[in-house]
Design a protein around this ligand. Structure first.
Ligand code: SF4
Length: 338
């Protein structure tokens, strides 16, 4: 199979049906031990300091790994991708644009999928067959989510990693199934997290410092039981067709749709507080205003840039937030009890 880089979650069923192996360039970048060098490759090429680290990282890994084909999402993801696409084209990369419809509408989505299938020389019927093949891997990812929030058997970091990996199933969905199946079997024998742990939601794009963030939260007596966008990558509302699946996927559309989904999950998962992660220089950061309006729980907004580990300032803010949530929980239970 020919490799094709992807800049965010896309209908990979169509790519697989066309004989391409999708590789999520974000995961390739953030999983690299040379992340800083990937960013510096982009900066040396002229990407400005005030450009998002994910965009620079994607550019760096494309050049470093000699990625020849990239599917760039031009509507429904990132305002920077259009220019990234132009620069990659200039460097000889074969880029293919893909636009999510403006609204989550299955008819419009079907047209977008058909255009993509036609461009890649495949059909929707073949892509629907791939959707069936991926069902088992997606079901395991939903099970992982359930074991995280309902049964307290899976950590926030494990949830993050396995859900975020559904964008490309780490390049091999059968291996993903095998490894995740093994983890779930092992998790069922674990001792559950204690009820005293505060329950947090993580909303926003995946953090650049995931490896530090989730364990630090747990060291301080709380845990993430809802990874919003990561769960969306796993298509938790698949419907009965690709067009429905990618219309029910909230990330590419209006932030109001995301807020509605988030509020429902906050109730269902009995969340105490929310961490909203924003990436420095990202337009999505402005959405903080909308989330704070929609969410009637304490929200901590954390910004990440090029620090791949948690710095002292972020750690202090997390600790202060958790202290406040604990005081709030005590006051609330005191009030209702008395
Ligand atoms: S974090 Fe924001 S600016 Fe960066 S790639 Fe994602 S959407 Fe674009």
């Amino acid at each position: 199979m020919k490799t094709i880089g992807i800049t965010t979650t896309v209908p990979i069923e169509v790519l697989l049906a066309a004989g391409y192996q999708p590789v999520d360039l974000n995961n390739l970048f953030i999983g690299s031990i040379e992340r800083e060098r990937m960013v510096s490759i982009a900066e040396r090429a002229g990407f400005p300091q005030n450009c998002c680290t994910w965009i620079k990282g994607i550019y760096g890994v494309c050049l470093e790994h000699d990625v020849k084909n990239v599917l760039c999402v031009t509507t429904g993801d990132c305002s920077n991708t259009t220019m990234l696409m132009e620069v990659l084209r200039l460097k000889g990369v074969d880029v293919l644009p893909f636009a999510y419809p403006e609204q989550p509408d299955a008819v419009l989505m079907q047209k977008a999928l058909q255009n993509l299938a036609q461009t890649l020389g495949t059909t929707i019927a073949k892509a629907e067959k791939v959707r069936k093949e991926l069902e088992r891997a997606r079901q395991l990812a939903w099970k992982l989510d359930e074991l995280t929030w309902r049964d307290g058997l899976v950590s926030g970091l494990e949830s993050h990693y396995w859900l975020v990996s559904t964008s490309d199933f780490n390049g091999d969905y059968m291996e993903y199934e095998r490894r995740l199946g093994g983890l779930l079997a092992e998790a069922k024998g674990r001792k559950p997290y204690h009820d005293d742990f505060l329950r947090l939601a993580y909303i926003g794009v995946p953090p650049v410092f995931a490896g530090g963030l989730y364990p630090y939260i747990e060291q301080n007596g709380a845990r993430v039981v809802f990874n919003e966008i990561q769960l969306q990558f796993a298509m938790p509302h698949p419907g009965s067709s690709l067009a429905e699946q990618y219309s029910n996927y909230t990330y590419p559309y209006s932030i109001r749709g995301r807020a509605k989904d988030i509020v429902t999950e906050l109730h269902r998962r009995r969340i105490d507080g929310v961490i909203h992660y924003v990436q420095a220089f990202c337009h999505r950061g402005i959405g903080d205003i909308i989330f704070r309006h929609a969410i009637h729980l304490p929200v901590l907004t954390l910004e990440g840039n090029t620090d791949f580990t948690l710095n002292a300032h972020v750690k202090t803010r997390i600790e202060a937030f958790l202290d406040m949530l604990r005081r709030r929980a005590t006051t609330t239970s005191g009030t209702s009890g008395g």
